[in-house]
Design a protein. Structure first.
Length: 322
């Protein structure tokens, strides 16, 4: 089968052996894939958790059909339309654990379905399970114009947040954040953004920050969070190391929590997918929660798809079809 593989000379479409499902695995005939930021690093040979390096089939998000079931897989049958996340997505066939997938709603194309699994699982966990958002609270999403950021704003609104603030350093994308739930859009590269947040919250700061930037905005986040507020760190687009004001952190008594899928067990991931299904799936089926598709590429054009992502001018998801 055809797959997008990282090799000694970089990533390219290659012929590899079709995998065979074992245990609780499901073999998926992939129809569409969503690109994610972590894919860009792995395409250059960087590791993402335990995955990466020469011989790695790239990709982590897909939609398609069940082609075959492992002996212990349940909950789906051959022919079902599904979407999910995991490794080796950029291929004609991929394997997925039966607890790490969603049924693709009948009113959704494969291209649309491929935009959702990572954003839904990541941001329901960050905003609701870990972040503990409550009706009437104020929430700030750092890096809000990314696919997962757009989903985070929508989930916060769905759960009753009274004020949702999104950040983007790009003027065009910042101007569109209100389409996805933002009541206020700020430029995190402008030092005045903290003052804007404090003004919007009556001087108190927000109850919750979902931070995909970290690094350079770490201390500003502390200043923009209310006493006894919460910061959930889900990314490091602003760098992995930075100065941190421990005194301000202590003075404001902020809960600062890091989350990632890279160190979670399959049992933990299954629980997160269950939480999405149990809590917000009706909003997915009704299309209340959805992501825009910026551009669709054929599998043969996957290198161009990555060039488009690395140009950093897109809003929403970039999708590759097979």
């Amino acid at each position: 089968m055809k797959a997008y593989v990282y090799g000694p000379e970089g990533a390219r479409i290659s012929d590899v052996t079709q995998p065979k499902p074992k245990g609780t695995q499901v073999l998926v005939r992939v129809r569409a894939c969503g690109l994610n930021r972590a894919d860009t690093g792995m395409r250059k040979g960087h590791a993402h958790g335990a995955a990466g390096g020469v011989g790695t089939v790239l990709g982590m998000e897909w939609a398609g059909e069940v082609a075959e079931l492992g002996p212990d897989a349940n909950g789906v049958k051959v022919g079902d339309r599904i979407m999910g996340s995991g490794s080796a997505a950029f291929a004609e066939y991929t394997l997925a654990d039966h607890g790490r997938l969603f049924r693709a709603p009948s009113n959704m194309s494969f291209e649309e379905a491929a935009t959702l699994p990572v954003a839904l699982a990541t941001m329901h966990n960050a905003v609701v399970t870990v972040g503990g958002v409550q009706p009437g609270q104020a929430v700030l999403i750092q890096g809000a114009s990314s696919g997962v950021g757009l989903m985070a704003m929508q989930i916060a609104k769905l759960k009753g947040a009274r004020l949702v603030i999104g950040s983007s350093t790009d003027a065009y994308r910042r101007g569109r954040l209100k389409e996805f739930g933002a009541d206020l859009a700020v430029d995190s590269s402008d030092p005045k953004w903290v003052a804007e947040v404090l003004k919007a919250t009556g001087g108190e700061g927000v109850d919750l920050i979902i931070d995909q930037v970290s690094g350079k905005v770490a201390n500003q986040n502390l200043a923009a969070t209310k006493v006894l507020g919460r910061i959930v760190n889900v990314g490091r687009l602003g760098g992995t190391h930075a100065d941190f004001n421990f005194d301000l952190h202590a003075a404001r008594r902020i809960s600062y929590i890091g989350v990632t899928f890279r160190t979670r067990t399959i049992e933990e991931v299954r629980a997160i997918f269950d939480e999405v299904r149990n809590d917000i799936w009706s909003a997915v089926e009704s299309r209340k929660l959805q992501l825009p598709i910026d551009k669709v590429y054929a599998f043969s054009e996957i290198d161009q798809a990555f060039e488009h992502m690395e140009a950093n001018k897109h809003l929403g998801k970039i999708v590759v079809t097979l």
